[in-house]
Design a protein around this ligand. Sequence first.
Ligand SMILES: [Fe+2]
Length: 218
Amino acid sequence: MTEALVNTYTNTNDIQLIRMEYVDKTAHLSTQPNSLNELIDLIYQAFATNDVDIDYVSTIMNNYKGNMKEWLPYMKFQPNKYTRNLVNGGNGKFNLMILCWAEGQGSSIHDHTNSHCFMKCLQGSLIETKYAWPNDENKEEQMRIISRTELKEGQVTYINDTIGLHRVENPSHTDTCATLHLYVPPYSQCNIFDERTGRTNEAHVTFYSKGGQLTKNE
Ligand SMILES: [Fe+2]
């Protein structure tokens, strides 16, 4: 579904009909990428139009197995903060990246700037905590947790702003974790939230590396 459709169609039957329509549009594409490059090719083909077929993209992300050799150029860990490493910029339509979480590292609670966010755990495991949007921006209130889920190696999850906010963390103090993220469209700014008060701040998101090369941002 496109973001506009996510916001416009609230009736479940409407959403099902729209999904069927988009599934038909991607029916000619393979659902089995056998390498990172094949996955990237399929994502480009899937986004040949401006529609985003959430089910199809989740399927190919799920079916992609890959291996450490393919991820190694983007596996860059830092002791003080998780790193974002751009794999492919998708001609401005999407960003595919690998996030590297050292032991115990996690993100802030954040939104996704009206983008679709697909996330696959490549190595290790993660905890994803989903939160509801704060009810009243003028009132300080503890943020409400919707769910807390473990994302194990090979699993895929999806979020957008209509579903809520989330925080992602590597709960292990002995193992690192790596995740593959697909953002459609790409964004460079998001909102982060204070769990205790619901207060929000804008945050710039930057890349630690692009195409395997360190950037000067961090
Ligand atoms: Fe996120």
